[in-house]
Design a protein around this ligand. Sequence first.
Ligand code: DAR
Length: 342
Amino acid sequence: MHVTGPLFPEASCSLVARFLTPAMFDRLSGCKTATGFTLARAIQSGQKNHDSSIGIYAGDAESYTLFREIFDPVITTYHQITGSVRHFKNLEPLDPADLDPDKEFILSSRVRVARNLFAHAFTPHINRQDRQCVERQILDALKNLPAPLKGRYHPMGELDPGQIRDKVPAGRAFAPGDRFQEAAGILTDFPLSRGVYTSKNKKFMVWINEEDHLRIICMEKSGHLCRVFNRLVTALDMLEQYLVFASDPDLGYLNACPTNIGTAMRAGVHIRLPKLEKQPDEMAKLARAHGLQIRGTAGEKTQVTGSVFDISNRRRLGVYETQIIQDLSLGIAALIKKEKNL
Ligand code: DAR
């Protein structure tokens, strides 16, 4: 297909708008993956949302190879990779340490990974029947969890928007995605075959068919980031015995958004920093020095309320999982030290 007009709105600031030239689009636009996914589908979120930071989603694992001419520059830029992309994996338990033993600053610690079943299309492209099959396969695997992680599944398929909204605070549902996910096709048939598995102790959850087939989440209301990470390692060791995840030797685990590949792990804390809140440049400088991502209280693209920040690792690719936790711990310790000195 020969492009006539601009691919993206004039104001687009996304990485895909920066790297996808009309000539590149012409070369790739006639290609389809085995599941029928096209480049035009991949970029439609970035075309509809000029404020996208990335602007492209993968519809399946093959998207990353068939459309690598555009995915590679987006990936190397976002993950700050110079030279060849290389995924490292190290899911070994760490010695537990409390980052905030006096409980002055950290409200909670959280570690999550994104995963997709390799045999199915990802959420931007999956059909209703396949999405139901993914839900069933994951629930069958979750039956094998060790006792401390056992719990129950809360299906969302029969809930109306009000019922979903009521269950989100208790973690028994997740809100419908944002306009970026909507434009990518991720919300098709929402809330069918979506749901949340929660352990009895509320320290382990699995979101099924949110932005990816699985978001495996461990958390607790403490500064025990390493203990939360170790709980995730236990759950992943079990799940990998029953489920085959989409992955690539160089790109690591493959997911709908290219920001979530490699380890596909986001580790972070909710932390109250009222003094640093008044010195955003100082906070941004510390975040840059430690590779931290600063988000609002409710996460991505939200405001800060009550001086509570969501602080997490920025890089997910080209770095070991254990290194992410260790680097993050150092970054959080530096923020706490600065907060105490102000
Ligand atoms: N909002 C999309 C994706 C950004 C990364 N966050 C994810 N995947 N939840 C954008 O292009 O800005």
